[in-house]
Design a protein around this ligand. Sequence first.
Ligand SMILES: [Cu+2]
Length: 248
Amino acid sequence: MWQLALSVVGLLAHHTQAHGGALNYTVGDTWYNGYDPFGPTTQDNDPTIVQRKWITNNPIFETSNLSLACNVPGTPAHASIPINAGENITAVYYSWVHTVGPMIAWLTDCKGDCRTFDPTGADWFKIGQEGLLWGTIQEGGWFQKEFSRWDGTPSLWSENIPKSLKPGNYLVRHEIIALHSENKPQFYPECAHLEVRGNGTRFPGIEYMAKIPGVYNMSQPEININIYLPGVSNLTVYNIPGPPVWRG
Ligand SMILES: [Cu+2]
């Protein structure tokens, strides 16, 4: 019994550390600094950090939580990532341990300087999403499981900035939705500032747009899901919620 109690404590401690998020970014061979939620507050004045501030790696549980946009507190970054439309933006995770649920990369137009931009009420569009690659919802190979390097080396998630996108300042939002708890989705979002360059002239129409919060609610079966329930666990299709991905 004593041994059992010890191992339960061990599991709990492990899970507390088990949450995570995007900690750095790369474009080509260039690395950009994210905000370390467990690092010093001197980061607040760091001119090299491109990521909005987040102070906890705990998930957000409420689909209506205002912090669903850019995590807690989501304070603007000082720097931004220069990127040409048509290039890939890569988010770097470490020791990501959850395995079930979709991952979605979003952009929103800062309509000026992202350092003064409040994403509340903004229109976001998807530039990429990753879901169930093979097998069943409960046991199959989700991208979330497949991309994670279980040895602690960086786990990389790349999505393309559509080549035709008009230049400007954007927030990029990387979101992992973890669905391993019955009917209790966990949202892990982080935002970074982008300066998109190029000769693009296009911008997605309203059919590609969603508000965050707003895009998810607990009456969506893909969000309020029990992946262990017979009739759900063995499904081989999972429809990622929200608008379609804009490919430019
Ligand atoms: Cu966790």
